[in-house]
Design a protein around this ligand. Structure first.
Ligand SMILES: [Zn+2]
Ligand SMILES: [Zn+2]
Length: 340
């Protein structure tokens, strides 16, 4: 198994074409999550947290969706395991993928169950040690960020409610070995697969929406000129030359369906991107960012239930991203999370 992931060089050094971009360069750490068995002592996505036994586990006590299609975590894991195994079996045309017994179990899971009005135990989303993630900048005395969320939609955007915990890993001695599990999750889209990470630091430039208008127009004009001679996807500034896709820490952020605007803390400070949670590690437009080690895999995507560009199996809205921002003025100011 490959232990690193390497972003291919950008097809153009855009800061050489537009020197105004050079001072705007930022580093970001791409996490490159891939399914695995991380431990509490490792950085991970969806893996076990280094959680002190005497520290209360966070619960969400806010109002929750009262539908009848709720699932348990165990249901979500069983469904994924069954479908993964079924896809690995030899298949004959016209024969169902699932055995009748498996089909009955999947139908039961899909039907879900109805509401119980209990608080919802949050679930691990990411655990990031500063030693692994050069773009993680913990507050003094801390070296570890833990991200949890409530696996239900909240507020207008229907996003999971996020909680951030900063810790000093060196003072954690006795671990909570069986953290509480939520009685239900609203959607399997909010259940991350346990993934190991392969952090890689790269350079990003601002999204077009973060540039002043004059430079934005110059870059758009350059793109138009380059289009006939280049693979449009990788040359386009937005897709190939500015902000990387996938899960990442720090760097610049980008917007898809949502109008671009800065996140402003209630103290008046402009918040900065902390962690981006992405529905896909790459898509049709951002293929130039596929790590060198994954390019062969990407050419044979239909041989398994899980797809190489969706290693975490988390989906935000219609395959959007969730950007978590924090306030540089104080770690005590609440983070915000936007679907964008
Ligand atoms: Zn909640
Ligand atoms: Zn603030």
């Amino acid at each position: 198994m490959t232990m690193t992931r390497t972003t291919p060089p950008r097809p153009v050094d855009i800061a050489a074409v537009f020197p105004e971009l050079a001072p705007l360069a930022r580093t970001t750490t791409r996490l490159h999550p891939r399914p695995g068995n991380p431990t509490s002592w490792e950085s991970s996505v969806g893996g076990p947290l280094l959680w002190p036994i005497d520290d209360p586990w966070p619960y969400c006590e806010e109002p929750h969706f009262h539908g009848e299609s709720l699932k348990t975590l165990a249901d979500v894991r069983l469904q994924r395991d069954m479908l993964t195994a079924a896809w690995k079996r030899p298949r004959q045309p016209g024969v169902n993928l699932l055995t009748p017994e498996e089909d009955a179990i999947i139908k039961r899971i899909q039907a879900g169950h109805s509401w119980t009005d209990e608080p919802i135990a949050m679930i691990p989303v990411a655990q990031l040690y500063a030693r692994d993630i050069p773009d993680l900048h913990p507050p003094p005395g801390c070296d570890l960020l833990q991200v949890l969320w409530c696996p239900f939609g909240h507020d207008d955007e229907n996003l999971p409610r996020v909680k951030l915990v900063w810790r000093s890993s060196s003072i954690v001695t006795s671990l909570l070995s069986n953290p509480p599990q939520p009685v239900a999750v609203e959607s399997e889209d909010y259940v991350p697969e346990p993934c190991v990470v392969h952090p890689e630091q790269i350079i990003e430039y601002p999204a077009l929406s973060d540039l002043d208008e004059a430079l934005r127009e110059q870059i758009k004009a350059w793109q138009e000129r380059e289009k006939p001679i280049a693979d449009v996807g990788s040359f386009a500034y937005s897709f190939g030359l500015s902000v990387a896709p996938g899960w990442k820490v720090g760097g610049w952020t980008s917007f898809s369906f949502r109008d671009a605007e800065p996140a402003i803390c209630s103290c008046g400070t402009q918040m900065q991107p902390l962690l981006r949670i992405d529905s896909t590690e790459w898509d049709g437009g951002s293929g130039s960012w596929i790590p060198i080690e994954d390019q062969a895999l990407n050419r044979n995507p239909d041989t398994s239930y899980t797809r190489p560009w969706e290693p975490v199996m988390v989906t935000i809205g219609r395959s959007y991203t969730m950007q978590i921002y924090t306030c540089p003025a104080s770690v005590d100011h609440p983070p915000v999370a936007w679907m964008q």
